[in-house]
Design a binder for this molecule. Sequence first.
Ligand code: SF4
Length: 423
Amino acid sequence: MLDGVRPAARSGARLHPLKADGVVPLPAGTTLMHLPGRAATVLQRDGNPLELGGELLPLAAVLPVGHLRTLLPATRPLQGSSRLPLYGYAAVAEHRGQLVVAATATDRFGWWMPSRFGGSDVAAGVERAREALPANRLVGHLAVCALENRCYTAQNTFLRRYEGALPASPACNADCLGCISLQSDGEAPAPQPRMRFAPTWQELAELAEFHLTGDDAAIVSFGQGCEGEPLTRGDALVRATRAIRRRFAAATVHVNTNGSRPGVLRRMIAAGCNSVRISAISFNDSVFRAYYRPVGYTLDDVMECGRVMREAGGQVCLNLLTFPGVTDSPDELERTAQACRDMGVHQVQWRSLNVDHDWLVEVLRRRDALPPQGIGMDAAYQRLSAELPGVVHGNFTRPWPATESAQHSGIEPEGAVVSSISP
Ligand code: SF4
């Protein structure tokens, strides 16, 4: 315990006191992590910063799903230190004998409560899938995700409930600084290594059938953390979607995407896709480019993806990759609100961006893309909520009723066979 100093946190590059009214007790499922190669900063009584040296290691909290980080840890990388693994590090402190974190709860949707995951029934579900789909490569791939990487969506797939995973692409047309499946410069390990094969549309449709015949299953989702960009697999996605829609008229057929290919999304919608979640860190071109490093697409394509789904009557979600000091800057908030209106967004999903916070700040600074100041993440949440009446704010995709056009468009492609799988 250190006397005479107060805990500090950061918003972007700016130091802030970590105050009692800006923290909550650690939510169940929080992971505490040391930050090696970093020095922590605290505030002295006079408000001046003090960097702690010696053997003291900074501590950060990684929040469970349904919670949003509001401030970053106050750290500085030491000379020669490595980049941190990709997690959404939040500022943590001790208050009256209890650890507290800079966070706010954003969604309590029961499907994703951590207590519902990790049971021994997952392994049994994997075995059932192996027996039902012995030649389907997605089963082996998702078994690793479910059992080793503890991915909740992969576990759902085998338990045949809620939202199931249909990873589709080993390739991507972006190179995000915070990509959790591939770090192109190899400086940090990717926590969910990228799938190495391109599943056929039949493999995708078969796995969807395995999942959707479960009693509590409602959604299948292309675009997972363990893959690249699903819209780069246009033909496979369109054919798989058609087959799924033909068999499951009421299911939500969803795609998580970087929003790069509205033409492909349009074809998927015609085949029966009725929900999209578009990820974005920013609707400011310089921040977007610095972070996504997109190849062959622009923010105009991203916006168009929202519009085409909205016009077709499907669900449009924005996966807002938040970073205190960027997301909550007044200019960013104005652009985000305008983009939501233009795209007809139904739901904003507030996510803590998984990235080495010191590195991201440095990259944005070098590109002159770091906003001068944020208004605070809580205030940002309130402002966007007020500016977007009728839009839901949360964390998780909900089922969406299939539109009439989607229900009627699931015409099976020539030669298509979707095997019937006994439950
Ligand atoms: S768009 Fe997705 S898969 Fe592609 S680099 Fe970014 S995070 Fe990775």
